[in-house]
Design a protein around this ligand. Structure first.
Ligand code: IMP
Ligand code: MG
Length: 180
């Protein structure tokens, strides 16, 4: 299948599904018997969350938090939130995000969850993790795929609001950046 806008496909639907099976097995083993709230960071983690949740055969609650980061020229990034946190007292929180890039977003989310939510524990699952030096060093307990420091789209990840609906993950054709 052709995917207009992609320079090349990194992970097709079968590869994503197989990796999600593995991630879900690890997550299920850790949270089995624990009160779990999954907190998806939107919009990027929408499709990842939908596909991962259906692989977790354990009781859980699902919540979401809108987050957007703006890159400053000098400092790392400013993260703004849309909506508030759900009650997390007495529960274990698993944060889901699409990609760990500079680390600014997840650092801010984790700090907010710990400060305002008061959960029993916090872990993070990302679909993608870029190999690079992060502005905010951040450890994600679960990561789907390691990728080079390239701009990728599809499966929830966007460029300027587009390409989230591609069923695969790929490198954006450089000719599409700034236009197309
Ligand atoms: P951060 O830089 O780790 O704070 O990541 C912030 C957000 O930037 C991520 O949640 C993504 O929405 C977006 N992002 C970072 N790298 C990429 C990419 O390669 N493609 C699409 N979105 C990205
Ligand atoms: Mg984005």
């Amino acid at each position: 299948m052709r995917h207009p806008g992609l320079q090349r496909v990194l992970f097709d639907e079968a590869a994503i599904a197989a990796r999600l099976d593995e991630m879900a097995a690890g997550i299920t083993a850790f949270y089995d018997g624990k009160p779990l709230t999954v907190l998806a960071i939107l919009n990027g983690s929408l499709i990842f969350a939908a596909d991962l949740l259906r692989r977790l055969p354990i009781p859980l609650r699902f919540e979401s938090l809108g987050a957007a980061s703006y890159r400053g020229a000098v400092s790392g990034g400013t993260v703004t939130f849309k909506g508030g946190l759900p009650p997390l007292a007495g529960r274990h929180a698993l944060i889901l995000d699409d990609i760990l890039d500079t680390g600014c977003t997840l650092h801010a989310v984790r700090r907010k969850v710990l400060a305002e939510g008061g959960p029993l524990s916090v872990r993070t699952a990302v679909l993608l993790r870029k190999r690079k030096t992060r502005i905010e060093p951040f450890h994600a307990e679960y990561a789907g795929f390691e990728i080079d420091d390239e701009f990728v789209v599809g499966y929830g990840l966007d460029y300027d609001g587009r390409y989230r609906n591609l069923p695969v993950i790929g490198v954006l054709d450089p000719a599409r950046r700034g236009g197309g």
